[in-house]
Each structure stands twice: as structure tokens, then as C-alpha cells.
Design a binder for this molecule. Structure first.
Ligand SMILES: [Zn+2]
Length: 398
């Protein structure tokens, strides 16, 4: 990979330089997380790139104990953690700069059997969160923009951990940003700072929960409210009341499907009739890795013949070129990518509410077959358009 620094030696005597080298290697690889893990006599260093864990290149994959200790102290100092505390978990954050670009880094420490492990979440400040770049088809984009322009309702984004729900909610808020409406949010934590949005972070230490923040935000004359996650009865109850009383509410839920989200709401004790009337749109999403533009090649006919299954046939029958002409590809990997992939995009399924769907939600008749095949179908469409692989669609949707 041309942009990634290839240090041949590590600066064992200088914790500052060594920390910078690790951060630079991870940042230039496009990593979202950096893991510093204690082993008996050393420290293993891994990173998560496009959702998958990998070791750093040698010599950074395993550092001697002395260097490891110095790096832990350095990062804890930067993160404003207590360096004398190594048994209790700690959280912190700092900003770091590379070639004039700012990165927000959130650190967390947790002591385990072999010592203290640090995990750093890396986030560039100038990342592209425009809703047009999330991976939606033109018709899905139109539906979402229409729902975002309405003065009230509830938009629920579902998907498992790491499926891109937070970034999608941020892209919606960015789409809505204007001085003419008051946008507020309750988050845990604030991952992307948005200009002109009053973002409040959950703080367990002072017992500031989602529902507490939500109740306070409702007294701040909001038009649009983003609630990071719907996970208990209190916050769900306040959210539904807000959505029923002239506010547009955007939130997310950790469930793998739309039907599971409906059943989870019921399990929380939510009044399903109220929910069915304020829901305007439910979105289910996954992130798939994008085939590398530099090394991808069209699939041969025999490769295509090896793809079987009714879902694949249905996807071919229903594809309307919404992501471009049919050109399924594979990628072997090159200097510019990670094993044939570079970057990720979303695949989506939308359930736009109408009277029949409201009845289904109120009576919990949303079945798996009815609404959960959509994400996989869109994934297969993206295979047909040459943007990802069948293996990748299977990886994130099974
Ligand atoms: Zn490549």
C-alpha cells in the first residue's frame, strides 16, 4: 500500500515517536480501531480495517514489554486518564493530527489477565457523511429525503453492531442542518460533532441517561431530535410521545432485522398502537466492503454459473440497473487495497409505513419473510453491479 509508512525499525527509546508511528500506520491503513493487547512478555498490536481485524505489519505487530509499557503511559497521558490506575476501566479521548488533518481518538482501558489492554477508536474529523454517499439507491434516497422533510414522525434505523447505524443517523442530521430548524441529540457518546446541532452525551457518572436528556431536550424547543439508541422502556416512551407531538425523531436499535425491532419494542413494554401511529419509516442496514477499483476484474461465465440459490435468481430477475449496468466482478488484491477490498458502503432495506403496515406493527404481524430479505436482495444487486462480492453479502447478512 503506497500511502502507509513502512518503518523498518521501531523507536524503542522514544514512546512519543513510537506512539505516533503506530497511530500513523493505523490511520493510513484506514483503520477504525487500534488494539494494544498485553501478552506475557510483549504487546500484540492489531487494527480493525473495514470491519475486520488484522495484525499490524512487522515490526509493529508485536512490541517488547518495555516499549509497550511506555506506549500505554503515553496514550493514557494523552487521553487524560489516571496513569496510576491500571485495574479499573477508564475512558478518555484526545485529538491527533496527521498532514494537517485532524483525528478524534477515543481511548478505553481494561485490565485483563495479562495486563491492561487499550483500544483506540479512530475517527477523521473531515469524513464524508453526506447522505448521498451512504450507498442508497436513488429511489431509497428519495423516500428518506421525503420523510426527513416532514415535521413529525419516527424514523428507526436497525442493524447489528458495526452496521453503520450511527453514521447513517449523522448523515440524516447533516441533511437536515439549517439555521431554520432546531436540531438536538442525545448520544452515547458523541461520535461526530456536527455544527449547529446541540449534542448531549449520556453520562453515567452523574446519572444522565438517554431518557433524562430526552426529557430536558423536549423543554428546549426542538424540531428534530436524534436519540442515539432505543434500548429501554423509559427512553422509548419519551421518544414516542415526542414523535406524536410535533417533533421528528430519529433513532436506532441494535437488531438484525425490521421484524426483530418490532418484537423488541413490544418486549420493552412499548404501546404498539402508539408506536404504529408515529412510525414513519424503518430502515435495516449492513455495511459491506467495496471491491477495489484498481484490481477488480469481471467474473467469468463459469464463476457466475457457480453462484446458485433462489435469492440470487430473484435478485437477477428484479435488478433494474439502479446501481449501474450488470458487471459482476472479483478482486484478487493489490498494493492499493486489503485483499481485494477498499472502503465500505451500506446496503439497505426500507419499510415505509402505510395503513396496512401500521396494522401489522400494532398487531406484531411483521414477519421475517415479509421484510427481512430486502438487505440481502440489495446486497446481491450490488454484486451484479460489480461493487461487492457474494462472500461479502453472505458475511454480513447471515
Ligand atoms: Zn486492489
Amino acid at each position: 500500500m503506497p500511502d502507509i509508512p513502512s518503518y523498518t525499525t521501531i523507536s524503542l527509546n522514544n514512546a512519543i515517536t513510537l506512539t505516533d508511528q503506530l497511530l500513523e500506520t493505523a490511520a493510513m491503513s484506514g483503520a477504525s480501531d487500534l488494539h494494544l493487547e498485553p501478552l506475557p512478555q510483549s504487546m500484540r498490536v492489531r487494527m480493525r480495517v473495514d470491519g475486520l481485524m488484522q495484525l499490524l505489519q512487522p515490526p509493529f505487530d508485536q512490541l517488547p514489554a518495555a516499549a509497550a509499557d511506555a506506549i500505554v503511559v503515553r496514550i493514557k497521558l494523552l487521553s487524560e486518564m489516571d496513569i496510576s490506575e491500571s485495574r479499573r476501566p477508564q475512558d478518555g479521548s484526545f485529538q491527533w493530527q496527521l498532514d494537517g488533518k485532524q483525528m478524534d481518538i477515543r481511548s478505553s482501558s481494561l485490565a485483563g489477565h495479562w495486563g491492561e489492554k487499550l483500544v483506540l477508536r479512530l475517527q477523521w474529523q473531515q469524513q464524508n457523511i453526506d447522505i448521498e454517499h451512504q450507498g442508497l439507491s436513488a429511489s431509497q434516497l428519495k423516500i428518506i429525503k421525503t420523510q426527513l422533510s416532514k415535521p413529525q414522525g419516527l424514523i428507526l434505523v436497525t442493524g447489528p453492531t458495526g452496521s453503520g447505524k450511527s453514521m447513517f443517523l449523522y448523515s440524516c442530521l447533516k441533511q437536515l442542518q439549517t439555521p431554520l430548524i432546531n436540531i438536538v441529540s442525545a448520544e452515547n457518546p458523541v461520535e461526530v460533532a456536527l455544527f449547529g446541532v446541540h449534542q448531549v452525551a449520556v453520562n453515567e457518572v452523574i446519572k444522565l441517561s438517554f431518557s433524562h436528556i430526552l426529557k430536558a431536550l423536549l423543554r428546549q424547543d426542538p424540531d428534530v431530535i436524534m436519540l442515539g439508541e432505543l434500548r429501554d422502556y423509559d427512553s422509548a416512551d419519551v421518544a414516542i410521545k415526542a414523535a406524536q407531538t410535533g417533533h421528528l425523531l430519529l433513532t436506532s436499535m441494535h437488531t438484525s432485522s425490521i421484524s426483530e425491532a418490532i418484537h423488541r419494542c413490544y418486549g420493552l413494554g412499548v404501546d404498539m398502537l402508539s408506536l404504529s401511529y408515529c412510525l414513519s419509516l424503518i430502515i435495516n442496514q449492513r455495511l459491506v466492503r467495496r471491491l477495489c477499483e484498481q484490481c477488480k476484474q469481471p467474473m467469468t461465465q463459469s464463476m457466475l454459473d457457480n453462484i446458485t440459490g433462489q435469492e440470487w435468481i430473484d435478485a437477477m430477475d428484479s435488478y433494474d440497473d439502479c446501481f449501474g449496468p450488470i458487471n459482476p466482478c472479483i478482486a484478487e488484491g493489490c498494493e492499493a487495497c486489503h485483499g481485494g477490498y477498499k472502503g465500505r458502503f451500506g446496503v439497505f432495506d426500507l419499510m415505509l409505513m402505510d395503513q396496512a403496515k401500521r396494522d401489522s406493527v400494532a398487531q406484531r404481524r411483521v414477519t421475517k419473510i415479509e421484510y427481512d430479505a430486502g438487505v440481502r436482495r440489495q446486497g446481491f444487486w450490488r454484486v451484479l453491479s460489480g461493487h461487492t462480492s457474494v462472500a461479502e453479502v453472505n458475511r454480513v447478512t447471515w
